[in-house]
Design a protein around this ligand. Sequence first.
Ligand code: CP3
Length: 370
Amino acid sequence: MSAGPAASPPWETAPPELTRGAGPRPVDPFLAACRRRPTPYTPVWLMRQAGRFLPEYRAIRSRLGFLELCKDADAAAEVTLLPVERLGVDAAILFADILLVVEPMGVGLEFARGEGPVIHRPVRSAADVARLREPDPADAVPFVFETVRRVRAALDGRVPLIGFAGAPFTVASYLVEGGASRDYLWTKRLMYGDPEGWHRLLALLARTIGRYLAGQVAAGAQAVQLFDSWVGCLAPDDYRQYVLPHSRAALAALPPDVPVIHFGTGTAGLLEDFRQAGGDVMGLDWRVDLGAAWARLGPDVAVQGNLDPAALLAPPAEIRRRVAAILAQAAGRPGHIFNLGHGVLPDTPVDHVRALVDAVHELSARRASP
Ligand code: CP3
């Protein structure tokens, strides 16, 4: 323990928004890193940490369908907590899905086995957009907010809880394509061919996503991540014109003191614009060098990333080497949250994920500066 305030390391005391609970507690490394404050080690969590690579998750899924699981607040809370207990990560991410909020719009959402999401009535014209219902998340997806409350109670301050939503573009891509896509041609057809219909669709999604995120925060989420997973398929100018204002509008619905992580993949060509849409932390994939991307973004933003998820299929010694390389790019600057560049792959060995978390903690451990 330190002798007094003069010798106290900068992370031992913190204002309330950086601590895990009420009162004078140690600063939370994840929340502090979101604010670019010094931390005793680099915090780490993983996208899709609560998913199929965990045998406990697969056991729960053998009894419950994916949507059933999302709608069962007890089971969803249990799955949210699995990686905290099993992997030692520094944050929990709510177990839910970016498409839950589109089901009440009346498009017919199904998660077909082995196929991913299917939208039975895709939205491909202005007339289709006009038929969409605009849900109030409080009535339409109350189970999500209930899961947040249960997780917060069960975590009892151990680590913070991250809420999340899909960004308007990525959610729209599923609505328009009717499922996953490689080239987003239906999406671009609507965007380029009927800009007015496109903007009406994205404005509706931005309002819904904004209320959905604000509802998660009101229920107890301590940070949020906006997933714009597929935005990298766009030309920068199209991003600025057709997408950026809507992502910004969704984020404007949040209280200013809640850290926002803005994540996308394939964003190397539009990093600066992506940042303009908002967020305290920019999520990077592995196709960019973390140090070079951070230099482009500037020092007044935090970064998250960016190990290739496939690296977790390599032996632990190689994982450790790659962790060291990413930490070297961050160079100990405050404001780095370690993560993968995209979600954990289903075939990833659990031991390798543990090796990753341990390597991040060990290799980034910092001694207090005077
Ligand atoms: O990160 C977490 O562990 C929290 C839970 C979470 C899920 N989906 C659970 C899930 C999060 C944060 C998401 C986000 C999500 N969902 C995104 C953005 C992140 C990304 O991967 O780009 C997207 C695009 C979706 C839409 C979605 N949901 C797809 C394409 C699929 C099927 C393919 C796949 O990757 O699994 C889902 C299903 C889904 N969402 C599963 C899980 C655990 C698998 C469902 C199962 O058990 O079969």
